[in-house]
Design a protein around this ligand. Structure first.
Ligand code: PLP
Length: 397
């Protein structure tokens, strides 16, 4: 039966990690994988999460199945964090949230929901976007198309081309935007630009789907929610996919949520019934521990404030490394203007390095970057930045 099965192509980013692990060079640097690292190159467990874990260990939360949409105190906290507790989306009850296994799980639930309930809907994604978007939605049977997003020549948002393309999308299609910290470019719309994008989306009767995997990694918890709070207009429908992998350091616990915002609470219930049906046929109900941790942190004033402090430290480190990289490149007189890297937000930057330069960095310097030139800024440290910038000078010069 399995004789004729061909090997699947390796995932380009996970494949890079394998190559990095196998490299014997002690000075190797990994700027490929999308995981936060501290100044020593470690991905730490947050102290607030460890404390929440100790509290949970002392209580007996039971080990029966969770309901299909997960823990109510968690999904309620997810909505409040994304929109703010007084936001009309939260207080009106017109949002239905389901806890999902990570942001990937949320996206897949959205894909299954679209395929079953809005067949024929094309999902439009930014060009470029996170590579897994195509895998997830194709696997769910949703067709994909791209619209312009990134202006390569200026390392900025291609707003005019983007609005123009959005205006041509047929009514009823869905448009996937990154809530903040766009992966892979690091380029986000400003609030003013979000207003213009939302105007076009709703004028064209398109369904916004916001992928929100990095809240707090850009400018702050509320600052990073400006895009989705701008899209969240009275009476308008949209979908939000949340992930707590990065901002709670809960990568391996798989904590996310899919929130469907309908016109009113009654519609939200109907939509919710179809979301539950999609989940039941997929993983039945979500795992409990990660969501309990997040709910425990967000539900306790002290732990929540400790989380804010720890998240701020991660954000400041990333933004500090952006500045350090740009300054070091200038100091070493590397040809080109890299100042745009300081303006980008989140863990990733499109460095502008070509595929050839990326390969040369790998072969000559044991520096691992994905072929597109996307770098994980969190992989830069005070101790590797000199080696990194000297290597860039070598391959660019
Ligand atoms: N969306 C984007 C844009 C991402 O970069 C990621 C993770 O890399 C995710 C979603 C999914 O995150 P999770 O690990 O929670 O599935």
């Amino acid at each position: 039966m399995f004789e004729s099965i061909q090997p699947a192509p390796a995932d380009p980013i996970l494949g890079l990690t394998e190559a990095f692990k196998a490299d014997p060079n002690p000075q190797k640097i990994n700027l490929g994988v999308g995981v936060y690292q501290d100044s020593t190159g470690k991905t730490p467990a947050l102290s607030c999460v460890r404390k929440a874990g100790e509290l949970l260990a002392r209580s007996d939360a039971g080990s029966s199945y969770l309901p299909i949409p997960g823990l109510a105190e968690y999904t309620s906290a997810v909505q409040q964090l994304a929109f703010g507790s007084a936001h009309e989306v939260v207080t009106s009850g017109r949002a239905f949230s389901a806890q999902t296994p990570g942001g990937t799980g949320a996206l897949r639930v959205v894909g299954d929901f679209l395929a079953a309930n809005m067949p024929g809907t094309t999902l439009w994604v930014t060009d470029p976007t996170w590579a897994n978007h195509a895998n997830i939605f194709s696997a769910a049977g949703v067709s994909l198309a791209k619209f312009p997003y990134f202006d390569k020549a200026n390392n900025s948002l291609a707003l005019a081309d983007m609005l123009d393309a959005l205006q041509k999308i047929p009514a009823g299609d869905a448009v996937l935007l990154h809530g903040c910290c766009h992966n892979p470019t690091g380029v986000d719309p400003t609030q003013e630009q979000w207003e213009k994008i939302a105007d076009v989306l709703y004028a064209q009767q398109l369904l916004p789907v916001l992928d929100f995997a990095y809240q707090g990694f850009g400018d702050g918890i509320d600052e990073d929610a400006v895009g989705l709070r701008t899209v969240a207009r009275q009476g308008e429908e949209f979908i939000l996919c949340s992930s707590f992998s990065k901002n709670f350091g809960l990568y391996n616990q798989r904590v996310g949520a899919a929130t469907f915002v309908a016109t009113d609470a009654e519609r939200a219930n109907v939509v919710g019934s179809q979301v539950k049906r999609a989940i039941r046929a997929n993983y039945s109900n979500p795992p409990a521990h990660g969501a309990r941790l997040v709910a425990a942190v967000l539900g306790d004033d002290d732990l929540r404030s400790e989380w804010h402090t720890e998240l701020t430290a991660m954000r400041n480190r990333i933004n500090g490394m952006r500045s350090l990289l740009v300054d070091k490149l200038a100091e070493k007189s590397v040809p080109g203007d890299y100042s745009f890297i300081k303006a980008q937000r989140g863990m990733f930057s499109f460095s502008g390095l070509t595929k050839e330069q990326v390969l040369a960095l790998r072969e000559r310097h044991a520096i691992y970057i994905v072929d597109s030139g996307r770098i994980n800024v969190a992989g830069i440290t005070e101790s590797n930045v000199d080696r990194l910038t000297e290597a860039i000078a070598d391959v660019v010069g």
